[in-house]
Design a protein around this ligand. Structure first.
Ligand code: NAD
Length: 431
């Protein structure tokens, strides 16, 4: 098929490459000309495992091109995916300006039939609203269909998830659209659910809010473990053996971040408010998550009283491992609190460091883990990158000013760390 994907971010780029790899011809459109130029030169704009190789392969096979000309994309394609951002507004509402800008451009430039597929996470009712806009802009009912097809990929495993998703959900109210979507998703083996647009739109928010609630739930249990001397690892493991619960998303820590869970949970609460439904569980999950990030600061203040001139090392900046995405990362909240407390900050991340460099000028960026640890008064692990599993504890003890680790991701063996003479704090582990 001839496909246009609008937005070359985490979702748009992965969707473009995935469909190109499957043999479709894809034109991926973005307003960011630098992104377009670098992608056409085979240089990825984001970090994602396997992405660079797939980009080069698809460019060589001429299955994909990148452009900043949306009209070209609309003209050349039968199916148009919308994968632009839907960030959070200050009042927890969703900023839909990118989506409606694109909708306006498509509806003003459509000549023949086009299938418009909304991949961005959008409020319930958006498909209907977009349909209305097309008709109001004079597009004939025969010339378009709008489908809701929310994305469930996880950053860090995005390409894997594109090809091996747990399910694909397609919300549409036209047989013509359903037929095209069926053909497009023909190579996929997972269950494909055809439903109403509203159901598809809500499923995305419900899934993210549920997963976020699971994380906040286990974090509250972990906080209690810290008080009563129980061990969160064992509690979570034993809970997870129950098939009804499952072991996934039961890892305690300093909370979730990223561009989805924080904004999607808040958006669901806001959507609920508009319909007279108070999402108490989701509100609770948000509140727990926001507090969780402050635990390392509390531990530090209890220990040192004042953090003035203390050297604090942040290990891990991205909101989770295997991605360079730092949007709403707990590490940033911690850095900001440390700055407020006049601490000296050194940080290290294997991939995301340059993204943070653009935000804070007054902290020290290290490209070597052990440089970041030298003379430090405390290490805070904010992201569970694999390489932190094999820290040289002897070297750490010798090079720190005061040997102390706050393991915000519960990834180290506390017993081994303490045996080396390093003070160790976790989120609810008994050792
Ligand atoms: P992103 O910010 O990484 O990418 C959005 C891209 O759209 C940017 O490159 C931007 O330049 C481009 N853009 C903005 N306006 C444009 C316009 N008028 N024309 C062309 N390009 C334009 O966002 P993302 O993380 O890829 O998320 C996209 C959507 O997918 C959001 O709704 C998000 O909630 C949803 N989603 C994201 C993830 C994820 O893990 N990132 C997972 C599932 C769903």
């Amino acid at each position: 098929m001839e496909i246009c994907v609008i937005g070359a971010g985490y979702v748009g780029l992965v969707t473009s490459l995935g469909f190109a790899k499957l043999g479709n011809n894809v034109i991926c459109v973005d307003i960011d000309i630098n992104k377009v130029v670098s992608l056409n030169n085979g240089i990825p704009s984001i970090y994602e495992e396997g992405l660079e190789d797939m980009l080069i392969e698809c460019l060589e096979k001429k299955n994909i091109t990148f452009s900043n000309n949306i009209i070209e994309g609309i003209e050349k394609s039968n199916v148009i995916f919308i994968a632009v951002g839907t960030p959070e507004k200050n009042d927890w509402d969703i900023d839909m300006s990118q989506v409606y800008e694109v909708i306006s451009q498509i509806s003003n430039n459509i000549l023949n039939y086009r299938l418009i597929v909304i991949k961005s996470t959008v409020p319930i009712g958006t498909q209907k609203k977009v349909n209305k806009i097309f008709l109001e802009n004079g597009v004939s009912v025969d010339s378009f269909d709008i489908v809701s097809n929310p994305e469930f990929l996880r950053e860090g495993r995005a390409l894997h998830d594109f090809f091996n998703g747990d399910r694909i959900i397609i919300g549409c109210d036209s047989l013509r659209a359903k037929k095209i979507m069926k053909e497009l998703y023909e190579p996929f083996t997972c269950e494909i659910i055809y439903t109403s647009p509203e159901t598809a739109e809500l499923t995305k928010y419900a899934s993210n809010a549920f997963l976020a609630s699971k994380i906040s739930f286990i974090n509250e249990i972990a906080n209690l473990c810290n008080k009563v001397g129980a061990d969160i690892e064992t509690v979570a493991y034993a809970m997870g053996l129950d098939e009804r619960i499952s072991p996934k998303f039961l890892r305690a820590g300093i909370g979730y971040g990223g561009s989805c869970f924080p904004k999607d949970t808040k958006a669901l609460v806001k959507i609920g408010d508009k319909h007279g439904i108070d999402f108490k569980i989701v509100r609770g999950a948000i509140e727990v998550n926001e507090k969780q990030r402050f635990i390392p600061i509390r531990i530090l203040l209890n220990k040192y009283g004042s953090l003035e001139k203390k050297i604090i090392t942040i290990l891990g900046l991205s909101f989770k491992p295997k991605t360079d995405d730092i949007r709403d990362s707990p590490s940033l909240t911690i850095i900001e609190e440390l700055i407020k407390n006049n601490a000296n900050i050194k940080c290290y991340d294997p991939i995301a460091i340059d993204k943070v460099r653009n935000i804070y000028s007054n902290i020290m960026y290290c490209y070597n883990l052990y440089d970041a640890i030298e003379n430090s008064d405390c290490i805070i692990i904010c992201t569970e990158w694999d390489e932190f599993n094999s820290l040289n504890l002897g070297k750490i003890k010798d090079s720190m000013n005061y040997p102390m680790i706050i393991d915000g991701r519960n990834m180290l063996d506390g017993k081994k760390v303490r045996e080396k003479g390093i003070e160790y704090y976790s989120i609810g582990k008994s050792n």
